[in-house]
Design a protein around this ligand. Structure first.
Ligand SMILES: Cc1ncc(COP(=O)(O)O)c(C=O)c1O
Length: 458
């Protein structure tokens, strides 16, 4: 097992956390309809629900908040952020939004026509929802290894280039853009290689289709490229990032991940063609294009975070911490997606609880068990999140290939000791999986049902 290196920061402010009693945890679960999204954070001990918007900001970012220029138009923080985005990603056009899904909403509501097809390595849930709500078809074309829990392929987030080529050929005129999500969140936080970005760009070019990157975890992806790809070991991460994005026509970004900010996002583009329409839409739904639904201080925090995330000591610790956590579980036989991803450890729910049939959502059952046992919050990325009614079998669902539980590690928040505690709780549940009960959905919304669904234990 790799040993995590010590934290490359020291603590200046503390936020107390508390583990409530087991009986209270069970009562809270019952009241929440066994949906961890519906439990107040004060009743969570270790919160691994998401790495999104949960980062601890640095002293420099907190100081930056005081430099917030809250003018309605043309505030200085906008220009600093614009310069930062140009410098890091190389895109001349930049539109701030208050989070990533608004960038997706703007993009797909502007460029997509009903019946259009959008290929991606794997759509994240908000990306898929934004494609589908605008009448598009979201296709996931990740390489086959990306769906195999135990494949040790170093870049399991790669796009399947043959399938992409065929897809663009068969759907000529109906593909407004291709996306690459890096790292590939819904497929286990797995990276995309530089070579694969080049290959994807070549296929897109041959078919005259723009390539956009979902850049949420761009720095972690670049770190993996440096660690794992031949010829990249001696390159500065900043340079790798620049090359990756030089191959694309634009990106959507949630700065709540590798922006090390608690809120923020953007859309950046090389070409002017869509910019005017996107800005008009932005004014309608977010605000003037120099603040995009954010306060000036948020723009400042985002700009500073984008610069800090490229610090290589930080990245070595960050990815190393998550790897050590995941490998410690794998060593004890717990079925985790390997190699370990960048921002999270993903447990294979079906492998963890083989006594539960896939229709009883073993992943969701595991999220319940981890809270019951140790006050830990995780999230299911499987049947509950992606299951769809099966038109051929009324009352049954088409379930996704993987039923995962994601333990997302917030950036700069938990120490190695916290993660050792989490590993201990997971081991305790694994030793007695028969105590885990299956799950039945009793209420669901028509889109993104996992946020608000209510369940019963079977
Ligand atoms: C890969 C990916 N894309 C898009 C988003 C959406 O970003 P946001 O939550 O800021 O709307 C997320 C958020 O988790 C994500 O992981």
């Amino acid at each position: 097992m790799s040993k995590p290196s010590p934290e490359p920061w020291r603590v200046k402010v503390v936020e107390p956390i508390r583990r409530i009693e087991r009986a209270e945890r069970e009562e809270r679960l019952r009241r929440a309809g066994y949906n961890l999204f519906d439990i107040a954070s004060e009743h969570i001990y270790i919160d691994l629900l998401t790495d999104s918007g949960t980062s601890a900001m640095s002293d420099s970012q907190w100081a930056g908040l005081m430099r917030g220029d809250e003018s309605y138009a043309g505030g200085r923080n906008f220009y600093f952020l614009q310069e930062t985005v140009r410098e890091i990603f190389g895109f001349p056009h930049f539109i701030p939004t208050h989070q990533g899904r608004v960038a997706e909403n703007l993009l797909f509501s502007t460029v997509l026509k009903p019946g259009d097809v959008v290929p991606n390595n794997t759509h994240f849930d908000t990306t898929r929802a934004n494609v589908e709500v605008n009448g598009g078809v979201a296709l996931d074309l990740v390489i086959p290894e990306g769906k195999q829990v135990h494949s040790r392929h170093p870049f399991k987030g790669n796009m399947d280039l043959d399938r992409l080529d065929r897809c663009l050929g068969e759907n000529a005129g109906r593909v407004p853009l291709v996306m690459l999500t890096m790292t590939n969140n819904s497929g286990g936080g797995q990276p995309v290689s530089l070579e694969n970005v080049r290959g994807t760009r070549d296929v897109c070019r041959r078919h005259g289709v723009p390539l956009l990157i979902d850049a949420c975890r761009f720095a972690e992806n670049a770190w993996f490229i440096r660690q794992r790809e031949a010829g990249q070991a001696d390159r500065p991460v900043r340079e790798i990032v620049r090359e990756v994005f030089s191959l694309a026509d634009g990106c959507t970004m949630s700065a709540k991940k590798d922006g090390l900010a608690n809120i923020g996002g953007f859309l950046a583009l090389r070409d002017e063609a869509w910019v005017e329409r996107l800005k008009n839409k932005l004014i309608l739904i977010e605000g003037f294009p120099t603040y995009g639904g954010l306060a000036g201080r948020d723009l400042e925090a985002m700009a500073l975070g984008l610069r800090e995330v490229l610090n290589e000591d930080y990245l070595a610790f960050r990815v190393g911490q998550v790897t050590a956590f995941g490998e410690a579980l794998a060593e004890d036989g717990i079925p985790v997606v390997e190699p370990i991803g960048g921002h999270a450890v993903y447990i294979d729910g079906r492998g963890f609880a083989p006594h539960l049939p896939p229709e009883q959502y073993p992943g969701q059952a595991l999220t319940v068990a981890l809270y019951q046992e140790g006050g830990i919050r995780s999230v299911e990325i499987g049947g509950v999140m992606f299951g769809k009614p099966d038109p051929a079998r009324p009352g049954r669902e088409i379930l996704p290939d993987l039923d995962l539980v994601r333990l997302a590690v917030p950036r700069r928040v938990y120490t190695n000791t916290h993660l050792e505690y989490v590993a201990e709780v997971i081991r305790a549940v694994y030793r007695a999986p028969e105590r885990m009960r299956g799950i039945r959905i009793v209420h669901q919304a028509p889109v993104l049902r996992h946020f608000t669904a209510r369940f019963e234990l079977i």
